[in-house]
Design a protein around this ligand. Structure first.
Ligand code: 6GU
Length: 229
């Protein structure tokens, strides 16, 4: 079963992982998620995990020592995929979710403030049993990596075999549909009633003509994809 170790100074963020599909996946033994408090590895009476940046500048930087201890504690002798959450990282997308869903062990290092001392990335990149991934979830700034980790885990865990009730929905949804090799978003969906607030369901979807419906959906999905860009 895949193992996810999450390291943060705000472990409370991850209570959402008890809910819904992910909560069920954990309860039924499809994934193993452990949350670790970085402060357990902080030293001194103040249990401080950050300090002022060398070279000056605003904000605080997370100290390497607590991170090193926390990561070493969860590391195994197998391949350790260390995900360091930072707005400067490679942008997370569906292809990365698929890649990460194939890994047996992921460690998520959730930085706060102005990020983690860069030697943490450098050190673990030099260790043969570690593969370091600096990841961002998009071009905007969050206060820390916790919410980004929740986003990534939701995208990853639903791809684990057995997690989704109906695995066919995986193939049909946004970003996995392709037209001539290009990823397109999902077509619009409708359910009952056939008329709502003066708006009707497109006639063709009621026709029972599966070929025509398929062509219509592809056309609408391509339109949506173009409008997004
Ligand atoms: Cl991973 N961290 C922070 N702090 N901000 C972000 C992000 C990560 N991804 C997008 N913005």
């Amino acid at each position: 079963m895949p193992k996810y170790d999450l390291i943060s100074i705000f472990p409370g963020y991850f209570s959402a992982l008890d809910l819904s599909l992910i909560g069920k996946a954990r309860a039924s033994g499809l994934v193993n998620i452990s949350v670790h408090d970085l402060r357990d590895h902080a030293g001194g009476i103040h249990k401080s995990v950050d300090d002022t940046p060398y070279g000056g500048g605003a904000g605080m930087v997370m100290s390497p020592e607590p991170w090193g201890k926390a990561i070493d504690e969860v590391a195994t002798s197998q391949a350790n995929h260390l995900v360091i959450l930072t707005p400067a990282g490679k942008k997370f997308d569906q292809a990365m979710a698929q890649e990460f869903a194939s890994f047996e062990h992921l460690i998520f290092a959730c930085g706060r403030y102005e990020g983690i001392d860069h030697r943490v990335t450098e050190f673990y990149s030099s260790q043969p049993q570690f593969i370091v991934h600096e990841v961002s979830i998009g071009d905007y700034v969050l206060n820390g990596g916790e919410v980004a980790t929740l986003v990534m885990l939701e995208a990853i865990i639903r791809l684990i075999p057995g997690v989704l009730g109906n695995p066919e929905s995986l193939a049909e949804e946004s970003h996995t549909l392709t037209v001539e090799g290009e990823a397109i978003v999902e077509y619009p969906n409708y359910t009952k009633p056939v008329e709502w607030r003066g708006l009707s369901v497109p006639e063709i979807l009621l026709s029972g003509n599966h070929g025509a419906i398929k062509a219509y959906r592809t056309q609408e999905a391509v339109k949506r994809t173009q409008n997004r860009e």
